[in-house]
Design a protein around this ligand. Structure first.
Ligand SMILES: NC(=O)C1=CN([C@@H]2O[C@H](COP(=O)(O)OP(=O)(O)OC[C@H]3O[C@@H](n4cnc5c(N)ncnc54)[C@H](O)[C@@H]3O)[C@@H](O)[C@H]2O)C=CC1
Ligand SMILES: O=C(O)[C@H]1O[C@H](OP(=O)(O)OP(=O)(O)OC[C@H]2O[C@@H](n3ccc(=O)[nH]c3=O)[C@H](O)[C@@H]2O)[C@H](O)[C@@H](O)[C@@H]1O
Length: 427
């Protein structure tokens, strides 16, 4: 029987809340602490503030069973055997990770934690952060990066591709490993610096892969090839893999952009020019500009046409399908660029609650309202339900039946039959 640990989780966001609920599911006694009083009050009332499959059931069930508690006071972690830090590490000055929230929590925890407590860092933090935290706390600090994806958070946590444990001391590493005793998946023991870097290296490689495909899509257009068949061929090679080969409006979300910036900053600090990564980031901005040019062309009938006063309907605003997260969403970056040229934007997203307040887009709760009188309809997020829309009806509602599919989600022939002139990426 694997041992049950008294676990403290600091931060109740995507990573913290998912970890807390899943660790309770694995049989541990979990106390989750966040400074956000509103969020904690919601969680105590059984409401989960983010949209993640299975999370509400786990939170409600384990709270009721007494295995999961929520609070705002870090002092409640005094008897924890293991504390997981799941604090935000957004972009700070010069592109580096801002460790403000992290340091503020450490400042309190150093007076609170028991002398035999082990601390694990789940946040994505620059190399050396764990060792620095160990000095501040006077406790062993293990790097245990998290690889879950938003929209799949619970499933990814409970079925990890790998569990990475970067530690100096065996005793501390063993305690973190005990946390996951009930989970399958390869364990990788290493030093803290390698674990910290492995997390950035993974996210940066995913970004690189998508930037490569976005540039490839451009080349396909120039030479008259179809990117779907090109990446279909590539993906069948096990060494390349089929995942992360879909062209889109650029990669975004709360992590890939900030983590590529932070890794570039780390390289810079050592005097290294990480040129291939720097260009993947630059390619992401080029991709947004290309998408905007394509929309301008579709909506005005000319490459350099003016978008002033032109009505454009947007389908999908979140940074990818299956989430309600708008942080660093490429769809919003495209919207901002269109709005800056004077376009009038109406947007529909199945993941967003009505009444969400967006700077550049009037949010509507029906795709027909986004299509109405639009000079172009632009699909920006790959929600699968968009495939089932009544495209003939939407075509009739638009002013000019032009459709820019920035995710290559739809069958060009089908939407053409519905009456649309279709633009995809690289096809
Ligand atoms: N979102 C994701 O899919 C993943 C995120 N990560 C990493 O995990 C870390 C956390 O990310 P998210 O969970 O997305 O962030 P988040 O923004 O969703 O949640 C962070 C939580 O920490 C709380 N907080 C801030 N300061 C605090 C303090 N001093 N004490 C206690 N709580 C405090 C905030 O109120 C918030 O609820 C980041 O380093 C991120 O890069 C890693 C893997 C996946
Ligand atoms: O560190 C993190 O926070 C997490 O960041 C990403 O997860 P996530 O931010 O949920 O988003 P992804 O699914 O990776 O998508 C990132 C972006 O790339 C885009 N993308 C992805 C794949 C693809 O083929 N094409 C493409 O444009 C998505 O639309 C999205 O904008 C990683 O996939 C997780 O492993 C990691 O734990």
């Amino acid at each position: 029987m694997p041992e049950s640990l008294r676990v403290g989780v600091v931060g109740a966001g995507y990573v913290g809340l998912t970890s807390a609920a899943c660790l309770a599911e694995l049989g541990h006694a979990v106390s989750c602490v966040d400074v956000d009083e509103t969020k904690i009050a919601m969680l105590r009332a059984g409401e989960v503030p983010i949209s993640e499959p299975r999370l509400p059931e786990l939170v409600a069930g384990h709270q009721e069973a007494g295995r999961l508690t929520f609070g705002t006071d870090l002092a409640s972690l005094a008897d924890a055997e293991l504390v997981l830090l799941c604090l935000p590490t957004p972009t700070g000055r010069g592109g580096t990770a801002d460790l403000g929230a992290f340091d503020s929590a450490l400042g309190t925890l150093r007076h609170v934690l028991a002398p035999d407590c082990v601390v694990a860092i789940k946040s994505t933090v620059p190399v050396g952060t764990g060792d620095r935290a160990a000095r501040v706390l006077g406790l062993p600090v293990v790097s245990n990066p998290e690889f879950l994806r938003e929209g799949h958070a619970v499933a990814d946590f409970l079925h990890p591709d790998r569990i990475v444990i970067g530690a100096h001391e065996e005793r501390a590493a063993a305690r973190v490993e005990a946390l996951y005793a009930r989970l399958d998946g390869p364990r990788l023991r290493t030093d803290p610096a390698s674990a910290e870097l492995a997390k950035y290296a993974s996210n940066a490689f995913l970004a690189l892969k998508v930037s490569y495909v976005n540039e490839l899509a451009e080349l396909c257009e120039r030479v008259g090839a179809d990117v779907t068949d090109v990446v279909g061929t590539m993906g069948l090679d096990d060494r390349i893999g089929a995942a992360f080969l879909s062209p889109g409006p650029g990669w975004g979300g709360s992590c890939l952009p900030k983590d590529t910036r932070a890794l570039l900053h780390t390289a810079e600090e050592t005097g290294m020019d990480f040129a291939v990564l720097a260009d993947a980031v630059a390619a992401n901005a080029r991709q947004r500009d290309r998408v905007v040019a394509k929309i301008r062309h579709a909506a005005t009938g000319s490459r350099g046409g003016s978008l002033a006063g032109v009505r454009i309907g947007l389908l999908g605003l979140t940074f990818k399908a299956g989430t309600d997260d708008l942080r660093d969403s490429p769809a919003l970056a495209v919207a901002a660029a269109l709005a800056a040229e004077g376009a009038l934007l109406t947007g529909y997203d199945p993941g967003l609650a009505r009444g969400a307040d967006l700077a550049d887009v009037q949010l509507v709760d029906d795709p027909a309202l986004a299509a109405k009188d639009a000079a172009a309809l632009v699909l920006l997020t790959e929600w699968p339900q968009f495939r089932e829309l009544n495209w003939s009806q939407l075509a009739q509602l638009t002013e000019r039946a032009c459709l820019v599919d920035c995710r290559n989600l739809l069958h060009p022939a089908e939407v053409a039959d519905a009456g649309f002139t279709y633009w995809g990426l690289g096809r």
